[in-house]
Design a protein around this ligand. Structure first.
Ligand SMILES: CC(C)(COP(=O)(O)OP(=O)(O)OC[C@H]1O[C@@H](n2cnc3c(N)ncnc32)[C@H](O)[C@@H]1OP(=O)(O)O)[C@@H](O)C(=O)NCCC(=O)NCCS
Length: 205
């Protein structure tokens, strides 16, 4: 078992294990990403390449990673941005690709991007700690890292949306200063899927 002191949080870069980052993004939402990519192997192949595309919501520049310094393994990720992040991606190619992208890009990614353009807050869209490393306060380290980052940019609030039946995530956010800020609303799923119930949470920086 690894000691938490051996976990380093730092910005992701092009030389990182992009497939591991893609895998961890895939595991942050059991509705949208399985619908989008069908399975984790597809996500690892495709999303790992898109991480390098300028302006894409999951661009490597928006991601910070938790690394086990003993093994250099990426054990956690957090994807976050602000209205000043480069989110000027042309989604046309994705939309044209297939029905799945057409649905999800229209209803999910564009919604997120448009939302963030209008608010003076930071936004966390994805956080994941690898199964073997959960319960070691790595999520706490990742959250504190991005909070410090945006505090230094003089922002004073950070928010996120979370599926309410994802108890581990809700508890982890509550333990790290986030409070529910909205009524329950309907999240995004594939057209034939049951729609998840979601709330927005935010924390002062
Ligand atoms: C949510 C997640 C990131 C938490 O990561 P983690 O590194 O295990 O969390 P931490 O160890 O930092 O725990 C933070 C706090 O939440 C609590 N917590 C975490 N998981 C919990 C669980 N399943 N039940 C109860 N409390 C839990 C911890 O006890 C800790 O509280 P403490 O500070 O008082 O000790 C992790 O479970 C995960 O990757 N889940 C899958 C991906 C996902 O759903 N992401 C969220 C999408 S919005």
């Amino acid at each position: 078992m690894n000691n938490n002191d051996e976990i380093i949080i730092r910005p992701a870069n092009n030389n990182d294990d992009l497939k591991r980052i893609a895998e961890l993004i895939y595991k942050t939402d059991v509705y949208i990403y399985p619908y989008w990519f069908e399975n984790v192997e597809n996500a690892k192949e495709e999303l790992s390449q898109r991480l390098l595309e300028e302006g894409f919501i999951f661009n490597i520049n928006n991601i910070d990673v938790a690394v086990d310094s003993k093994t250099n393994e990426i054990v956690g990720i957090i994807n976050s941005y602000t209205k000043n992040s480069n989110l000027n991606y042309d989604y046309t190619n994705l939309k044209n690709k297939n029905e799945r992208y057409n649905f999800t890009i229209t209803n999910y990614v564009e919604h997120l991007v448009n939302d963030i353009k209008n608010v003076p807050y930071a936004y966390i869209s994805n956080i994941c700690v690898h199964e073997n490393y959960r319960g070691k306060k790595i999520a706490k380290k990742l959250i504190n890292y991005v909070k410090d980052k945006y505090k230094k940019q003089l922002l004073d609030e950070i928010y996120l949306d979370v599926i309410i039946n994802n108890k581990s995530a809700v508890v982890a956010y509550e333990k790290n200063g986030f409070e529910v800020q909205s009524d329950v609303f309907t999240g995004f799923a594939g057209p034939s899927e049951e729609e998840p119930e979601v709330v927005s949470m935010s924390s002062r920086l």
